[in-house]
Ligand binder design. Structure first.
Ligand SMILES: [Fe+2]
Ligand SMILES: [Fe+2]
Length: 258
């Protein structure tokens, strides 16, 4: 929330911000802060410095750990804990993985389907394949993370040999004239000849476009596959000093001041 002039009435969004800020303070005695990216999601480049924020919340310190508004995470969180307490769209992932399992695909393909949209589920939509791949890279076979990265590009290009067409849903979502950007086209061209092409393509084939309310899906069905193919660190995700540990920590504590 930005500083507002006292001379004009608060806009609705400023009122909402004030309310949110008030609620936050009543919920806990720490000040939770929104990162630049969260504000960009509202179309603003608002930034309120620490001193001003603290002046607005006299006697309070900044949150430097868990946000009490979010589900509590265990001290040594596992992938399953993130599924249960942080990922916002588990059903999509479970339905895709269930399709892959029923089709009899290799367990690595099933895991790739289960994890293909963790970028969206945990982070951000833009470039979700790249974010998701980076997040899981230290813990899975390179085939899985490569496929997660590249499915983002492959989705825009048909492969008739597998009956994969350009999704009708994309016409609906992006309009009939939408063309993927050059970096996506380049990614697709590189992927075509790659040894793991089929794994990434199978993510697209098993991806589902709409939530089926009658589908019976359960994370329990995938616990064994996760156990066999996801190298869960004994210290817990976030505390194991890998190139993506900080990403897991950010998911755990998205409103930490620093
Ligand atoms: Fe995706
Ligand atoms: Fe998906």
């Amino acid at each position: 929330m930005g500083p507002h002039a006292a001379s004009r009435p608060l806009t609705l969004s400023e009122q909402a911000d004030e309310l949110e800020e008030k609620m936050m303070n009543e919920l806990n005695d720490k000040i939770a802060t929104k990162s630049a990216l969260f504000n960009m999601g509202d179309g603003t480049l608002d930034y309120v410095g620490g001193a001003e924020l603290q002046a607005r919340n006299p006697g309070k310190y900044f949150l430097m750990g868990a946000d009490p508004r979010l589900p509590k995470m265990p001290d040594k969180p596992t992938l399953i804990d993130f599924f249960k307490h942080r990922f916002v769209s588990m059903n999509h992932l479970l339905q895709s993985a269930t399709l892959a399992l029923k089709a009899g695909h290799d367990e690595k393909v099933v895991l790739a389907c289960l994890l293909h949209d963790v970028g969206v589920a945990g982070f951000i939509r833009c470039d979700h394949g790249y974010w998701g791949a980076q997040l899981i890279e230290p813990y899975v076979d390179e085939e899985v993370s490569w496929a997660v990265r590249v499915h983002q590009a492959l989705r825009f290009f048909p492969d008739e040999t597998l009956g994969y067409k350009y999704p009708d849903m994309y016409v609906k979502y992006f309009g009939p004239d939408y063309k993927p950007e050059p970096y996506i086209v380049e990614e697709y061209k590189r992927a075509r000849g790659h040894k793991y092409y089929m794994t990434a393509r199978l993510i697209c084939v098993n991806d589902i476009y709409a939530f089926d309310p009658d589908a019976k899906v359960n994370l329990d069905n995938f616990v064994d596959i996760i156990g066999r193919h996801f190298k869960q660190p004994k210290e817990g995700l976030g505390f194991d000093n890998t190139p993506s540990s900080h990403m897991w920590r950010t998911l755990m504590w998205p409103t930490r001041f620093l």
